[in-house]
Structures are given as C-alpha cells and as structure tokens.
Design a protein around this ligand. Structure first.
Ligand code: ZN
Length: 450
C-alpha cells in the first residue's frame, strides 16, 4: 500500500513538471538565466487595517534542472529576498529581443530543489476604508497586455508552469475582520482574523480568482447546477446590485447547459461570476470570471478553452480567443479563411500576452477548420474530445495541431504555416480593433471594480 501511494505521488508531481514547455534559457548581463519548475508557493498576505499597508511574505519551493540564475517575475519592489536561506537580489532584466521584463535572482543554483523567500507590498487594486475598518482587494488579471498576471501582486512563474498555490490571508489592527471572499480556491477560516485559500495544483499564473470585499458589500446568489456528469456544481453570482445579480443567475445556468452539451462536463469545482458594468467585457479565470452580462457566455467558454486546457505562452493564447470568438459569431463554417496569412502564433517564444487579432483572424481560421472537418463531425467534435482529454493541462499550438491532425487524418502543415505561423497578412485592416468581450480597460477602471 505504501509503495502504491508513493508511486501516485511521484506521478502527480511528474504530471505538472512542465519545464519542457518553458522558453529557452538565455544569457543576460548578470549571467546564465534558467527557467525553473515551481512545486509549491505559499503566499501570506497581511492587510494592516490601521496603517493601510498590504504585505506579502512568499515561500516558494522550486526545482532547477540546470545550473544558473533562477527566473521568476514580480512587478512590485522586492523588500527582501532569500534563496536557500541566503540573502539575495532580484534584478529586473529583459527577455531576449526585449519582448518583456522579468526578474532574475543573482545567485547561481545547482540542479535540485531550492527555496525562494520573497517579501513585497501590494498597492495595485487594494483600497482601505478607514471609517469601516475594512479593505477591498482583488488580484485582477489581463491577458492581452504584458505582465498582467499574478506577478502584479505576488512572486510568480510564467504561464507554462502549474503549481500548488496557497494564500494565507491575515488582518491586523482590528479585533474581527468583517470581510467576504469570492474565490475559485478552497477557503477555510482559521481564526477571526485569518483565512486559508488553497488552489488546485494544476493552476497556472492566470487561473486563481481572488476578490476580497467588506461583508455585505455585494449582493450574492448561491445555487447548485446539476451537471450532465450528475455532480452538483456550486455556483455563486454576485454584483453590487441585486437586480444585476438576479439577471446573472439564470444566464449562468443557461450557458452551463449549452457548454456542457457541446464540450462535456464542466471541469471545475464550481463557478464564480462577478457581474460588472455593462459594456466593459470581462476576464476569465478557472471556473470563475469578472464580467459584464454581455460577455458572460464568452468568459464561461474560456473555462473550457483558456482555463480547461491552458495556453503555455503568448504564442498559444490565440487558440482560446479564436474558439471563443468562433462561438460568439455563431459557429460559422467557411471554405476560405478570408485572409492571406498571419503570425498569430509565431511571435517570440518569450512573448507572454495574446495577439489581439486572435478574435478576428483566429475565429476565421476556426470557421475554415470546421469546413475541412465537416465529414468528421465538424470542429466541435474535435474540440470536445480535445478539451476532455487534456483538461487541466497546458497546451501549445503544436499540440493543438498534432491532435487535430490525429483526429481528422488531414495534414494541416500548409494551413498552420500560412495562417498561424506565416507572414503578416496585408488585408487585415478590418480585423483590427478591440474585441467587445475584452476591451482595453484603464487601471482606474479595474480599481473601480473593487
Ligand atoms: Zn476571450
């Protein structure tokens, strides 16, 4: 029995050893930089209500497979950093080609398991209310802009990696925290001033949903939705207005029904949907979303494509926006893509955000694939099998193409070579512009959603 348990532990950690999906290691002016595999990240977030300061102490266990200086990311200033108990510095450096910025620890590590400890403060998307001794805070993310995942708040790895995250939330300077949490993690109250939120080990840096509000600030509805798997899915919809929340509840159930019929059982413990202001689009998390009413269906589709199977990098991000937009446009089938070519999936391997032409060009490409697969049940038949087979796994464009070819028996070298890994198309003027489901939002607006 012991042996069996040991084997399954090995298997489960091996399942998320995703270093083969990391971009290539590189040399910076500070030395050889190596991507590492986060195994576990514990984040202790303390809200000091009297002094209105939010601090994070993080402890990350990671594995290096090569000698070099470990890479991670964190936008706020680092107050303190230690590696294996020794004081260190985290330089801010550029990826090759200057496509993005990240952090490199100035200590060379050998292959093996190491501990990274980091302290920082959070100013982004946190508001203290002095009169009521409460705080509003959220870890909003975006995927169309660079460096907008969890690295805005806490030390994080890149999208290729999956690791167990735990948030230990503490309040100081008050006797009792009158707060409410909305999250896609498992929450446990530890004391009147502390809570623990555990996220599944398959989560990436763009999966957690975390929104802290003063108690009673939001109008919430909780109900169970009976999945086609027979499981009861706990659903929470909430917004500042009772009327808006009431509108979200039946729509969430309607979309769950549609998506389960098309793509199989919902692959998340539950669904949390925060209803935001009309016309402002939304952002997808894993079985969770902050979204306007009009984009709720689009964001829930992303719980299959984006957060059911998850992109490994910016060059794979086009897939989920293409599928979501193809659905938004009524699953069109078209014998031609209508454009001459694109490099949607052929930017730098270090690119972290999605090419925003994925909505238009990507959706047109999906319409074309659907045409080519019409004798094989259409593209939806492939997508259903794909998402159910690889759910909770990180995928790339190559992986998607290989499976599409295996399913269909059709070679798509030339189509992907032209439309995804090709040259920029000349006739895409009308394919530019923000998508209504993910418009560009200001920092002030994101803060106003607290
Ligand atoms: Zn989208």
């Amino acid at each position: 029995m012991k042996k069996l348990i040991f084997a399954s532990v090995l298997l489960s950690s091996a399942a998320f050893a995703n270093l083969h999906l990391a971009p290539p290691d590189f040399d910076s002016k500070f030395g050889r930089s190596v991507f590492v595999d986060f195994k576990q990240a514990d984040y202790s977030v303390t809200y000091d209500i009297q002094n209105q300061v939010t601090t994070v102490k993080s402890k990350i266990i990671f594995e290096a497979t090569k000698k070099g200086k470990p890479l991670f990311d964190l936008i706020p200033d680092v107050t303190e950093i230690k590696i294996d108990g020794r004081e260190a510095i985290a330089h801010e450096i550029s990826f090759p080609g200057g496509v993005s910025t990240l952090r490199q620890v100035n200590v060379e590590v050998l292959p093996g398991t190491h501990t990274l400890e980091v302290e920082n403060t959070i100013d982004t998307n946190v508001i203290y209310n002095e009169d009521f001794e409460t705080v509003s805070s959220a870890f909003w993310i975006r995927d169309l802009k660079d460096r907008m995942f969890l690295e805005q708040y806490i030390p994080s790895n890149f999208e290729f990696d999956q690791y167990k995250m735990t948030f230990n939330i503490n309040f100081e300077g008050i006797d009792q925290a009158d707060q409410e949490f909305y999250t896609n993690g498992k929450i446990t109250k530890i004391s009147p001033l502390s809570w623990k939120i555990e996220f599944p080990e398959y989560f990436t840096v763009s999966c957690p949903f975390y929104h802290l509000t003063p108690k009673g600030f939001m109008r919430r509805i909780d109900f169970n939705y009976r999945s086609i798997s027979g499981r009861d899915i706990p659903v929470t919809v909430y917004s500042p207005w009772r009327k808006r929340t009431k509108k979200f509840a039946p729509e969430a159930a309607r979309v769950l029904k549609e998506l389960e019929a098309d793509y199989g059982p919902w692959a998340h413990p539950g669904l949390v949907a925060y209803g935001t202001i009309k016309g402002t689009g939304g952002m997808e998390h894993s079985g969770a979303t902050a979204t306007s009413f009009g984009a709720l269906d689009h964001e829930m589709l992303h719980s299959y494509f984006a957060k059911g199977v998850m992109p490994a990098n910016g060059d794979s991000g086009w897939i989920d926006e293409a599928i979501a937009s193809w659905r938004d446009k009524g699953y069109q089938r078209n014998p031609s893509t209508g454009f001459t070519g694109s490099n949607l999936g052929a930017h730098s391997p270090y690119k972290r955000n999605t090419d925003d032409r994925a909505y238009a060009l990507g959706a047109a490409f999906m319409s074309y694939l659907d045409y080519r697969l019409q004798d094989r049940g259409g593209l939806k038949a492939f997508l259903r099998g794909y998402v159910q087979t690889y759910k909770h796994q990180v995928i790339t464009t190559e992986h998607f193409k290989n499976n599409l070819e295996f399913f269909s028996g059709i070679n798509f070298d030339s189509e992907f070579g032209t439309y995804i890994w090709g040259k920029n198309t000349k006739d895409t003027k009308h394919f530019h512009g923000a998508n209504p489901n993910h418009p560009k939002l200001t920092k002030e607006f994101l803060r106003s959603l607290l």
